[in-house]
Design a protein around this ligand. Structure first.
Ligand SMILES: [Ca+2]
Ligand SMILES: [Ca+2]
Length: 186
């Protein structure tokens, strides 16, 4: 009986060992690796990112909530190149506007971070003398033509809420796109 059981187990193991190849393989790549036609509304493609430009004037928290309803977050500029691409789009398509980003120093005053990924804001696109935390109540970051003589979009800190002159439009950024490929033996 023991012999038969051992033999049975051995046979079972052989069958398992014999099956050495996987029936299918899944591969994930960043971005649209196969160049598929992507339906992205309401997001607009600018370089490698997808953005939604909210038209209502709202405080920073409302802006964030509105982005979350699209399964997105307020924009995070991982690089100044991304900032430049979005501001070029704005310059070409809209009047000068103020728009919220995900940047803030709500957790620790003076330590500005992008809220969607927790990374430090290492940007060279701050307007001159900004961020200045004017009146000790400016903790959220927007982009706009900050001074009357400004000729380009730059970053500035403003009160996140409870301030009539800090109701801005906003930019939502869609999550990064991934391509999933499945290779099947048949
Ligand atoms: Ca980004
Ligand atoms: Ca400021």
């Amino acid at each position: 009986m023991l012999k038969a059981t051992v033999l049975f187990c051995f046979l079972l193991a052989s069958v398992k060992i014999g099956w050495t190849y996987e029936k299918f393989t899944i591969q994930m790549n960043e971005g649209n690796a196969v160049g598929a036609e992507v339906k992205s509304e309401p997001f607009i493609k600018i370089n490698n990112g997808y953005y939604y430009f909210g038209r209502e004037n709202v405080n920073w928290y409302e802006a964030y909530e509105k982005c979350r309803r699209f399964d997105s977050e307020l924009v995070t500029f991982e690089t100044d190149g991304e900032f430049d691409a979005v501001s070029s789009y704005l310059m070409a398509n809209t009047a000068n506007e103020n728009l919220w980003t995900s940047g803030n120093d709500l957790a620790k005053t003076g330590s500005h971070r992008w809220f969607s990924n927790g990374q430090t804001m290492n940007s060279l696109r701050w307007a001159r003398n900004q961020p200045d935390n004017a009146g000790q109540r400016e903790h959220c970051v927007h982009m706009g033509f900050i001074y009357p003589d400004s000729k380009k979009y730059e970053l500035n800190d403003r009160p996140c809420s409870h301030h009539d002159q800090s109701l801005f439009k906003y930019i939502c950024e869609a999550p990064k796109m991934e391509t999933i490929s499945i290779v099947v033996w048949k």
